[in-house]
Design a protein around this ligand. Structure first.
Ligand code: KIV
Ligand code: ZN
Length: 406
């Protein structure tokens, strides 16, 4: 059997992720996270933007010294000072990469850079040339590529390749493209600019329309072989493509996406938890793969199905992404099976008559109360009238039937 093509996972949690409001990290936290990203199996870790601040410079340098397996990338604009500063920070890495970028859309050229197309072309030429004189591993990004004139974009990318860029990144900087449109763009870049296996096409998708992962997967199918992403999908504005979602899509839908990557999927949830702990805020409960409810089942019919065989409603096991166990949330949609199992876990093995009675009281309570606690369940076993008085709506001890917390 032919071996699967490899997708390079480029993690930018420490750079683009850190740029999102409330997500800044100190040096020690960045090193902790970088170690985790390396053990997770990220191929490339973008450690920061060295010219942005002394702190960023120190962090890139520290991560470059610490992580000896992954490629460590340092971001820079196309000025000489930027490129040299990036190199100064990252050169201590075992596998350093300079990642230089400039915008190519007319809107950015006119209103942000105040440069002509010709000037941006020359900026690309000199930055990639300089970077390539320092290291063999040079990535060039055409910022706002998806809103750029395609002919001009290809011209700029062509210059980057001619000067020795080894990775060409096509960012959807403002999360504007759609999967079909992005597919066409990647195919055009492939046909017109990249004629050598030595140049990797990369994509970097933002999530403003909630399409970052879908666009990244479409790009992979169209020929991209590097995806830039972040843990928990953190990043500028609505964030970047979520690493865990891309990786699990490749695993679960290997039938449609026959590619491999180096990520240890069982480390996804622990990595997500570490990031949450560092930045101090959780992902939304219904976030795919790593959200609190990602493997939780409340509706009775679903709970019954999952108890009989998890495959009824789970396309991957919680264990496969490092979540300790699935969680059945008791609420008004829950059924008798889940209730009986929870009672059994609490040491009460109910006869079917007892279960029926408890279930009737339970559904009445669940109509009034969003979360049912173990204490409530125990109260339901005593007299109905006493039990209704004991429900404490504010309790926070036991929230779910079984929690996903590690
Ligand atoms: O979103 C973007 O365009 C970027 C580039 C610097 C790669 O973050
Ligand atoms: Zn970005």
């Amino acid at each position: 059997m032919a071996s699967k093509e490899r997708i390079i996972i480029f993690d930018t949690t420490l750079r683009d992720g850190e740029q999102s409001p409330g997500c800044s990290m100190n040096l020690e936290e960045k090193i902790r996270l970088a170690r985790r990203l390396e053990s997770l199996g990220a191929d490339v870790i973008e450690a920061g933007f060295p010219i942005a601040s002394e702190g960023d410079f120190a962090a890139v340098r520290a991560v470059a010294k610490e992580c000896r397996r992954a490629v460590i990338a340092a971001l820079c604009r196309t000025t000489e000072a930027d490129v040299l500063r990036a190199w100064e920070a990252v050169q201590v890495a075992a596998r350093p990469r300079i990642h230089t970028f400039v915008a190519t859309s007319d809107i950015h050229l006119e209103h942000k850079l105040k440069k002509t197309r010709r000037e941006v072309l020359e900026m690309t030429r000199s930055a990639v040339h300089l970077a390539r004189s320092l290291t063999d591993d040079v990535e060039f990004s055409a910022e706002d590529a998806t809103r750029s004139d395609v002919d001009y974009l290809c011209e700029v990318l062509g210059v980057a390749v001619a000067e020795g860029a080894t990775t060409l990144n096509i960012p959807d900087t403002v999360g504007y493209t759609t999967p079909a449109e992005f597919t066409e763009l990647i195919k055009r870049v492939r046909e017109r600019v990249v004629r050598s296996e030595a140049v990797t096409i990369s994509v970097h998708c933002h999530n403003d329309l909630g399409l970052a992962v879908a666009n990244s997967l479409a790009a992979i199918e169209a020929g991209a072989r590097q995806v830039e992403c972040t843990i928990n999908g953190i990043g500028e504005r609505a964030g970047n493509a979520a690493l865990e979602e891309i990786v699990m899509a490749l695993h679960v839908r290997a039938d449609r996406l026959p590619f491999e990557c180096g990520i240890e999927t069982g480390e996804l949830y622990p990595a997500s938890q570490l990031l949450t702990e560092i930045i101090g805020f959780d992902v939304q409960p219904n976030k795919a793969i790593v959200g609190r409810n990602a493997f939780a089942h409340e509706a009775g019919i679903h709970q019954h199905g999952v108890l009989s065989n998890p495959l009824c409603y789970e396309i991957m096991t919680p264990e496969s992404v490092g979540v300790p166990a699935n969680s059945l949330v008791l609420g008004k949609h829950s059924g008798r099976h889940a209730l009986a199992q929870r009672y059994a876990e609490l040491g009460h093995f109910l006869s079917s008559a007892e279960l029926n009675a408890a279930y009737t009281r339970f559904t009445r309570l669940a109509d009034r109360k969003k979360r049912i606690y173990d204490q409530d369940l125990l109260s339901l076993l005593s007299t109905e009238s006493r039990a209704t008085e004991q429900f404490d709506l504010g309790k926070s001890t036991v929230i779910e039937f079984a929690t996903t917390e590690a």
